[in-house]
Design a protein. Structure first.
Length: 201
């Protein structure tokens, strides 16, 4: 009898734990801003619009607090534009694209009316780095420069989530680029905004 009671409590405990942890999927829009400082000064890049997609796991601690971990894939980067003058004027455009895996780790505080504040850190890994150069003279070139970037980076983040009906939610967050992702530039960072929608099982 004692063994049966102990087994019952163990099963109840597993059931409670399972109810406190939810899994989900999400996808959305990313807007990234690449900042490059070199020996010749700061280069100005236009923001890059892209997408992200991934999965999440949320563990509820109590009525107000929860912890959330995610695994996302996203492309980030920017576009550099310049005008070269010499014997002739040439318009230059260089698009930089990073393929990234991201692991956001969040603490969430539930507010009223289905809102929740989120803060944490995004652990990133750059898995590809390519540059697409073209100019008005007709020159086009794609360069793989993965060997010139630091693979791992970190970005503090803040965000807001709103829970809809039927287990759907929308969220928005901003990731602050603080890590130097370049091995050759004096300082190269990337910050990005993410706005998306998801579903929790």
């Amino acid at each position: 009898m004692k063994k049966q009671i102990l087994l019952l409590f163990m099963l109840l405990g597993i059931g409670i734990t399972a109810q406190q942890t939810h899994f989900g999927i999400k996808a959305g829009y990313s807007l990234s801003n690449l900042s490059v400082k070199s020996t010749v000064g700061k280069l100005s890049y236009d923001p890059k619009s892209s997408f992200y997609i991934g999965a999440l796991a949320e563990h509820t601690l109590n009525d107000k607090f929860s912890l959330q971990a995610e695994l996302l894939y996203s492309t980030l980067g920017g576009t550099f534009k310049a005008t070269s003058t010499g014997t002739s004027t040439v318009e230059v455009e260089d698009k930089t694209t990073f393929g990234t895996l991201q692991i956001p780790l969040l603490g969430k505080y539930k507010l009223a009316n289905n809102f929740a504040l989120a803060a944490g850190v995004n652990l990133g890994a750059i898995i590809s780095a390519k540059s697409n150069y073209k100019d008005s003279s007709g020159v086009e070139k794609e360069t793989d420069f993965k060997e010139n970037v630091n693979t791992f980076n970190i970005a503090p983040l803040i965000g807001l989530e709103y829970n809809l009906e039927n287990k759907m939610f929308v969220d928005a967050r901003y990731n602050f680029g603080i890590s130097n992702i370049s091995k050759i530039a004096s300082k190269e960072t990337i910050s990005f905004l993410q706005v998306g929608i998801g579903y929790k099982f």
